[in-house]
Design a protein around this ligand. Structure first.
Ligand code: GCV
Length: 697
């Protein structure tokens, strides 16, 4: 990490909500109609904006008649007196509606010269407000209506959740935030909630503005004092819920499956044991008595050393449903993670394939999970790699609510030292047709628009910490922004989302926006170029916490993450014909598309096949030459990125400029290291020289 990112004294960067973004709205006469905590947030936002920019918060249109007056009077009376009327449909909920999709929609229309946002509930009003803010001055220009401004808007994905892998104390190996690259936790310090909740409040505001509606506030690896959040720590969780509630966000905690033993003193955590069941029911009673709109529990069970039902000969439906029964009377949800695999496998055994594990464990359980269980499945079968196939579990469980998990924190994509705009990757993932192009997409299935119609949504691991820029690398804020926006509407164009973020964050200057676009738009593919060729993953350094190259770092380890490079070839044979049979977990057409080298997409060649270095890809280049070319090209692109950023000196805030420049210098160093280690490794293995005679060591 460049420099010390703990900066308590400095106000955090405003990210995509700087004062300037509110100027068009702040110059207007605005009325806000409705009651409840989220409407209160909307009113406070408007009050702050008009106070700064010379507009007016009009209270003549009040809750008792204003909404109707707006509907009825149109060009005269109430609505006509204001430029913007933000109103909750009479009868629309607020508090009760937090985190329920029923309260999240809104409609925008013009009534005379007034722009009216009519929301189903408090959260919808908040989303409507930010919808108007995002449109800037154009929202108030009736002569040139934007195609996206007017009409009915509602989220595609009911669940839009961020998981924090925050530990309550500093872990000796993982630090405070596991896979966190932006300093310490904004919630926890030395086992307790931080005294000063202003950072948490600002964070809740940022999340509410992009439509995130659920948050889990502690690491899924639940250890030490975190296990006691259910009991002794409940007051702290309740305070956090108060912070999130006014932004339409429900709070969750991660719990340990062994809590009945470690916290409750029982001799077992067997999910079918009546005492265990009673213990969880009572724990849930306590939690919801304290926090009536509490969201539920996140559980990582039988995964990487976390306890789970396997210890008692039970399966994961037994485990999840026992918790679901405890949460159901309170309207709670159990987020049960499908990240279950053998992390102690023998690397000599070529038949065991980690990619198969989640499907093998979970697909047979389809139909057994209670309605308030959401199975949380990583988008790929391995672990958030820069490039991997889509997890076959997502399409294989029509009778189960499946939420897809993304990783905003950049564990495998440059650890927030590298620019890597992930909106592009997520767009590709979310738009993937699980039964072939044109059919239901991954986003459809998560949203409940696939076979079985079980709705859930998207979950992602957050990338923030107590760093002054929230995300260490200031440009990594774009990933948090893009997650919220794509969870709201997965069909949004990722480059357009990037531009939208840049305009809000850096202002309307078209040169700045265009320059950022140049720098960031292709950055995920550039990162793929210099790190992970053709779907090979995990060539990262175990010693440096997955940062930087180490081609054989995991090759002889028990983690199941191999590339099998030898002198003749590279890649994992996952075919039915000669390999692990993993391709058989996909439906048609993918099971056959991936099975055959003739049809397998180039970018996944080494994910599905072990091939000689001389294998010719569809683009006519051999595998070895592709490795060389992409690694040379990747570094060249990072050199261009550095030059592009230099153009912005004097055009963006000096502190942002310096921080990004420092990180780009590290990205350049690191990309060179990747290029040279990968190219050298494969040249020495294969003995095949670069066709263009470039330097390989
Ligand atoms: C929270 C990967 C990460 C772990 C993480 C795990 C998970 O293995 O390296 O740090 O643990 O995923 O998703 O549970």
């Amino acid at each position: 990490m460049t420099g010390d990112t703990r900066t308590e004294a400095v106000m955090p960067h405003p990210a995509w909500l700087p004062e300037a973004a509110f100027a068009p709205l702040g110059r207007r006469r605005v009325a806000v109609v409705g009651t409840g905590p989220v409407v209160g947030t909307v009113r406070a936002e408007v009050a702050a904006a008009v106070a700064r920019h010379g507009g007016r918060l009009v209270d003549a249109v009040d809750a008792s008649h204003g909404g109707n007056a707006a509907h009825e009077t149109g060009g005269q009376g109430g609505a006509d007196d204001v430029d913007l009327l933000l109103t909750v449909t009479p009868g629309g909920g607020d508090g009760a509606g937090v985190g329920t999709s029923a309260a999240e929609g809104f409609e925008v229309r013009r009534v005379g010269s007034t722009l009216v946002v009519d929301a189903d509930g408090g959260p919808g009003l908040l989303y409507g407000l930010h919808h108007v803010v995002r449109h800037g001055e154009a929202a108030f220009a009736p002569e040139a209506p934007s195609a996206t401004l007017l009409g009915r808007h509602e989220p595609a994905e009911p669940i839009r959740m961020l998981d924090h892998w925050d530990n309550l104390t500093v872990h000796p190996v993982m630090g405070q935030v596991e896979r966190g690259y932006a300093g310490g936790s904004i919630f926890w310090s030395e086992g307790r909630l931080v005294e000063d909740l202003s950072r948490a409040r600002e964070y809740a505001r940022l999340l509410g503005s992009i439509g995130v509606n659920r948050v889990a506030v502690n690491n899924v690896n639940v250890g030490g004092v975190a296990a006691r959040l259910l009991t002794d720590g409940l007051a702290d969780v309740a305070r956090l819920a108060e912070v999130f509630r006014p932004h339409g966000i429900r709070t969750h905690i991660s719990v340990s499956f062994a809590a009945p033993m470690t916290v409750g003193g029982l001799p077992t955590s067997d999910p079918l044991d009546p005492d265990v069941e009673r213990w969880w029911a009572q724990a849930a009673e306590r939690v919801w008595a304290r926090i009536p709109d509490f969201g539920g529990f996140v559980v990582k069970a039988d995964s990487e050393g976390q306890p789970g039902p396997f210890a008692y000969g039970r399966d994961h439906a037994d485990g999840a449903n026992m918790l679901a029964r405890a949460a159901a009377p309170h309207g709670g949800t159990i987020f049960w993670r499908a990240f279950v695999y053998n992390h102690k496998q023998d690397w000599r055994d070529r038949s065991t394939d980690r990619a198969r594990a989640a499907y093998d464990h979970f697909a047979p359980l389809d139909g057994r999970f209670d309605e308030n269980v959401v199975l949380q499945v990583k988008y790929g079968p391995l672990d958030f790699q820069t490039r991997e196939a889509i997890s076959p579990v997502i399409g294989a469980m029509p009778q189960t609510r499946v939420a897809v998990e993304l990783q905003v924190t950049q564990e495998y994509t440059g650890q927030q030292k590298h620019v890597c705009y992930l909106g592009t990757q997520w767009s590709e993932i979310l738009g993937f047709g699980l039964w072939g192009p044109g059919g239901p997409t991954l986003a459809d299935v998560a949203a409940g628009r696939g076979p079985g119609e079980r709705a859930a949504g998207l979950v992602a691991v957050s990338n923030v910490g107590d760093d002054e820029f929230w995300t260490g690398h200031p440009l990594a804020q774009a990933n948090l922004y893009a997650f919220g926006r794509l969870a709201w509407d997965p069909t949004l164009d990722a480059p357009a989302v990037l531009d939208e973020w840049a305009r809000l964050t850096f202002g309307e200057d078209p040169t700045v926006v265009a320059t950022l676009h140049d720098l960031m738009d292709g950055s995920w593919r550039t990162y793929e170029d210099y790190t992970a060729p053709l779907g090979v993953g995990f060539m990262v350094s175990p010693a440096r916490m997955h940062y930087g190259p180490d081609v054989d770092g995991y090759e002889y380890s028990p983690w199941g993450t191999y590339h099998f490079a030898d002198r003749d070839g590279v890649g994992v044979d996952r075919t039915r014909a000669t390999g692990t049979g993993y391709t058989g977990q996909y439906p048609e057409p993918w099971r056959d598309v991936y099975e055959s080298l003739e049809t397998c997409p180039d970018e996944l060649t080494l994910f599905f096949h072990h091939v000689p270095y001389t294998h010719v890809l569809h683009d006519g280049v051999t595998v070895i030459q592709h490795i060389y070319d992409t690694h040379f090209r990747g570094l060249e692109r990072v050199e261009e990125m550095v030059r592009t950023w230099e153009k912005l000196e004097g055009h963006v805030d000096g502190r942002v400029f310096t921080r990004v420049a420092e990180r780009l210098a590290e990205q350049l160093r690191s990309a060179r290291e990747w290029r040279d280690q990968i190219n050298t490794y494969f040249w020495r293995k294969s003995g095949i020289p670069d066709a263009h005679g470039r330097t390989i060591y």
